[in-house]
Design a protein around this ligand. Structure first.
Ligand code: ADP
Ligand code: ZN
Length: 724
């Protein structure tokens, strides 16, 4: 038998299918070990055939891998083909999306552990007094029964091995499944669906369209709808994929899923250890677990017979991949939903303008939940005009009204969340005399001061720099720390409310996979009064005792030069406000701004999504921005500036020809340096385009795939979330 094999090297030179001899029982989709250029490399069997044109003497044989099932099923193989063709990436790179990386590299296998059991009572053992480790291990085993040898060796080095030699203990090998989030638990709650929820479930199940948009205000009970859909699938023996935007959200959701579905739920995300990810993946592949939950990469979960795919917070920017292939989660999910004949449910309180437009035009079904559970009112949003505060001489980060509300909240023994768009102590370090700004040497972006470590950090590459005493340019000592970060807010709060318990959540405080969870747990258990945080605290969380939310710098995200900044600001305010007053108590939100007349803020404070959408979509139409066009950025990056410029020139010449041949398909075409000229020592150049007709997209991908070389990476981004 001949196997067509893709060898797992993501280089364009080897991006083709190679023929190998294989065993007759080889299965399509299985992993093999393929001799390749003097090495043995992992590969995948894509097809089987009887004959090959490769002459016999050059035909090599692949060795099978001892997997109980082929790693890739038929759906994965067909999906991989489509993704490869769509984004023009090496086939091996696409296949990698479907497997946990540790499976490819073979670093982790099932976790086999040695366990020791006593065969002889301790009293009958002949052990000399000095054999302390043997005696210790034997006594431990007598008391505790079967024990992990690694554990015993930690306390009594060598003891077990010596006991085994003498025939006193037996050693057995057993697989131990790692259990991520062991500590994450929640009470199982059975809820009767409200009429609105039941109606939504019914529509999703009976509507003929594949894509179902669930547009429900914050706290309208969308989660319960998802869980019901998943439970119905499980009853029918079908599997489900449930996607959530951020890792920080996953533990809460997982706890609920665990309580309800037990071992049927498996988690897939990058925060797990290699071994955990491997185990969870196999549980899904073998069908032992039927529910995959995770961030965007879980859309590739190895499940068969899908009954539903859910994308919660569908508007979230984390659903577009920022590494090749730069897939859009929605597109992949739609392919899978069609393949399986199942529904794709999108949920959001603030759908993206693009999704909402498609729903309004009838392409997607649109289900509305306009009220919170139990008709709880949405929190009132008060605007605090920070210009007036400054005029009054208030230079602190808190307006008068916010301070008042914090005091009321603390006095009533309730909790508050203060939201800020930045982390660190303050934004940048500027010399007031010469205007020098401290920048990262590798990235050309300004550094952020971190007070607790007294250093400057680059938020792009993580590099740390010593704090400056004087300006390196002019030697002046008047350095100013412009802007305000989460750390600074915390220290201001500590001064204002010395008895309040304040915690902070941002990228600096949440290391490790359970870092987020611990902070959220502390807050949920009311062991803190005020939570200060960045984006991370905006989404999904359900803390019943929170009655106050402060948005400290509502304008921040309005000033990004990005067509989506209005939409992002609206979403962010709605999401953060949605954390307040979720239980019996009426909630309040204080929104601080220097631009109180701004119309996005006005729509957000009156919870007028429809009004916001109408305004936004007519702006987009007038400006010919997405969804009325497609923004495409070709980014050239590499360590060698000259080589980058060469590659840029090559793609530019060909792209320009495409442009001049099809002038009616382009709205904009320009080459320039990327706004951030260097990140992690890589130079960056871009060609920015706006297309009115996406039929040229394929040509753009082709041109870029061909220009890619060892020294310069050429990538294509569609409607990039970030144009830095
Ligand atoms: P959303 O995801 O729409 O923001 P959630 O799913 O978090 O809303 O639900 C909001 C609150 O309402 C949660 O505290 C949840 O436990 C509660 N809830 C949801 N459905 C029901 C129900 N049918 N009966 C009682 N409480 C419910
Ligand atoms: Zn840097």
């Amino acid at each position: 038998m001949i196997a067509e094999v893709i060898v797992d090297i993501a280089a364009s030179e080897t991006d083709r299918i190679f023929d190998y001899l294989c065993d007759d029982d080889t299965v399509v989709g299985s992993r093999v070990r393929a001799p390749f250029g003097g090495k043995t490399l992992p590969g995948f069997v894509m097809r089987l055939k009887e004959r090959t044109d490769v002459p016999e003497e050059r035909l090599k044989k692949v060795l099978p891998c001892p997997d109980e099932l082929p790693a890739l099923n038929a759906e994965c193989l067909s999906l991989a083909e489509k993704i490869t063709a769509r984004y023009r990436v090496p086939k091996a790179l696409t296949l990698r999306l479907f497997l946990p990386s540790e499976m490819r590299t073979g670093k982790v296998r099932e976790l086999m552990r040695n366990y020791a059991t006593l065969k002889v009572p301790v009293s009958e053992m002949k052990l000399v007094k000095s054999a302390k480790n043997q005696i210790g291990a034997a006594e431990y085993l007598a008391e505790h029964g079967k024990t992990d040898c690694a554990y015993l060796n930690g306390i009594f080095p060598g003891g077990v091995a010596a006991l085994e030699k003498k025939g006193y203990v037996e050693i057995t090998q057993e697989q131990r499944l790692r259990d991520p989030y062991k500590s994450v638990t929640s009470e199982r709650v059975e809820r009767t669906l409200t009429d609105d929820q039941a109606r939504a479930v019914h529509t999703i199940q009976t509507d003929g369209r594949t894509v179902q948009l669930l547009h429900g205000v914050t706290g309208s009970g969308k989660t319960e709808i998802y869980l019901t859909l998943i439970a119905k699938c499980l009853e029918e023996g079908k599997s489900s994929i449930f996607l959530v935007p951020e890792i920080s959200l996953t533990p809460q959701m997982l706890a609920q899923l665990r309580a309800r579905f037990g071992k049927n739920a498996a988690i897939l995300h990058s925060g797990l250890s290699a071994g955990e990810r491997f185990d969870e993946w196999w549980r899904l592949r073998t069908g032992e677990a039927k529910i995959a939950i995770g961030a965007r990469s879980a859309v590739f979960a190895p499940l068969e017979n899908l009954g539903v795919i859910i994308i919660d917070e569908e508007h979230d920017s984390s659903y577009s991949s920022e590494t090749a292939p730069r897939y859009n989660t929605f597109d992949v999910a739609l392919l899978r939903a069609k393949y399986n004949g199942c529904k794709l449910v999108l949920g959001s309180a603030t759908p993206s303008a693009e999704t909402y437009k498609r729903a309004k035009e009838g392409e997607f079904s649109l289900i509305r939940l306009d009220k919170r559970i139990n008709k709880r009112p949405l929190p009132e949003i008060v605007i605090a005009d920070m210009r007036r505060e400054v005029r009054r001489g208030n230079n602190s980060s808190f307006s008068g009204v916010l301070k008042e509300e914090i005091e009321k909240c603390l006095a009533a023994d309730k909790q508050a969340i203060l939201f800020l768009n930045r982390r660190g102590y303050s934004q940048t370090v500027i010399c007031k005399e010469c205007g020098y700004v401290a920048k990262c040497e590798a990235c050309d972006v300004s550094l952020t001061y971190h007070r607790d470590e007294n250093c400057l950090k680059c938020h792009f590459c993580g590099a740390r720099y010593k704090m400056l005493r004087a300006c390196p340019e002019c030697g002046g000592f008047k350095l100013s720390y412009a802007g305000t970060g989460t750390q600074r807010i915390v220290s201001e709060l500590e001064k204002l409310y010395p008895s309040a318990r304040i915690i902070r959540m941002d990228n600096d405080t949440t290391s490790g996979k359970e870092g987020h969870y611990k902070i959220l747990k502390t807050f949920a258990e009311k062991k803190a009064d005020i939570l200060v945080g960045t984006q991370m605290i905006a989404k999904g969380h359900d803390f019943p005792a929170v009655t106050l939310v402060g948005i400290l710098d509502a304008d921040m995200s309005l000033h990004f030069s990005d067509y989506r900044s209005g939409e992002r600001t609206f979403q962010l305010i709605t999401q953060v406000a949605g954390r307040s007053g979720r239980a019996e108590e009426q909630g309040k939100v204080v929104l601080q701004t220097f631009d109180p007349e701004n119309e996005v803020l006005r729509f957000a404070t009156s919870y007028d999504y429809e009004g916001f959408y109408q305004n936004e979509i007519s702006l987009r139409a007038a400006m010919a921005f997405p969804p009325f066009s497609k923004i495409v950025r070709v980014l050239v990056t590499g360590e060698d500036d000259k080589k980058c410029i060469e590659a840029l020139r090559e793609v530019y010449v060909r792209l320009e020809k495409l442009y001049t041949d099809n002038p009616d398909k382009f709205l904009f075409f320009n080459k320039m340096r990327a706004p951030i000229k260097r990140i992690q020592n890589k130079y960056r150049y871009q060609v920015l385009m706006r297309l009115s007709d996406v039929s040229v997209l394929k040509d753009i991908y082709d041109i870029c795939a061909e220009a890619r070389n060892r020294d310069a990476l050429v990538s294509v981004e569609e409607n990039p979330a970030n144009l830095s």
